[in-house]
Design a protein around this ligand. Structure first.
Ligand code: GAR
Length: 219
């Protein structure tokens, strides 16, 4: 086997799912290209045809697809169509980056151990929507974001990395969201890189980074 084909075999295929802006997808794509990861973003797939991130992906030569959830009568039918679209790209890793659909258990099991999500809270606090407002309402002094392996329970699963953002006097949900998002763009590429470099292992539900790199981004 030639060196070139060996190299190709080692390249991991990443498929990214988005529903909107796609700034985390952009951050991952840019770091993957700039740092020469042993991986490529093979496709970006959205459940919304008007997701802004699709344009970025197409402009960077990445295959795009839309699987519109509104076209399906049941969650299972949508999940099956989505899985078919994903599997065309034989992903080693599926990355949920602002993908705002709940995925059924069968779908999650299909990609278990090779599907990551980012959520804008310090999980297990505040799964679901409106995380920043809920954190403000609870009087939290620290907020943040979490990259985790996806399990059938919404916004749960072994934690790969977290970022921490202090709450300032006068913060509203938008101000917090912006500061947390800036940290998402740091921790998600790092976590994805660890995955494609086989640097992650899960021990009794806890994710360890094989080199002992910090899994916490402090302010
Ligand atoms: C991000 O803040 C991400 O954490 C959040 O949606 C935003 C997507 O932004 N995800 C969730 O709330 C998932 N539960 P982006 O499209 O610019 O990456």
């Amino acid at each position: 086997m030639s060196r070139a084909s060996l190299h190709c075999r080692a390249m991991k295929s990443i498929v990214i799912l988005i529903s909107g802006r796609g700034s985390n997808m952009e951050a991952i794509q840019q770091r993957c290209a700039a740092e020469g990861w042993p991986a490529r973003v093979a496709a970006v797939i959205s459940n919304r045809a008007n997701a802004g991130g699709l344009q970025f992906a197409a402009a960077h030569g990445i295959a795009t697809a839309v699987v519109d959830h509104q076209a399906f009568g049941t969650r299972e039918a949508f999940d099956d169509a989505l899985a078919a679209a994903i599997d065309r790209f034989a992903p080693d890793l599926l990355v949920l980056a602002g993908f705002m659909r709940i995925l059924g258990e069968r779908f999650v099991r299909r990609y278990e151990g090779r599907m990551l999500n980012i959520h804008p809270s310090l999980l297990p606090a505040f799964p679901g929507l409106h995380t920043h407002q809920r954190a403000l309402d609870a009087g939290c002094k620290l907020v943040g974001a979490t990259v985790h392996f996806v399990t059938p329970q919404l916004d749960h699963g072994p934690i790969v990395m977290q970022s921490v953002v202090p709450v300032r006097d006068g913060d509203d949900a938008d101000a917090l969201a912006a500061r947390v998002l800036a940290t998402e763009h740091q921790i998600y590429p790092r976590a994805v890189r660890w995955f494609v470099e086989d640097k992650l292992r899960i021990e009794r539900g806890v994710v360890r980074q094989r080199d002992g790199a910090s899994q916490l981004l402090l302010p």
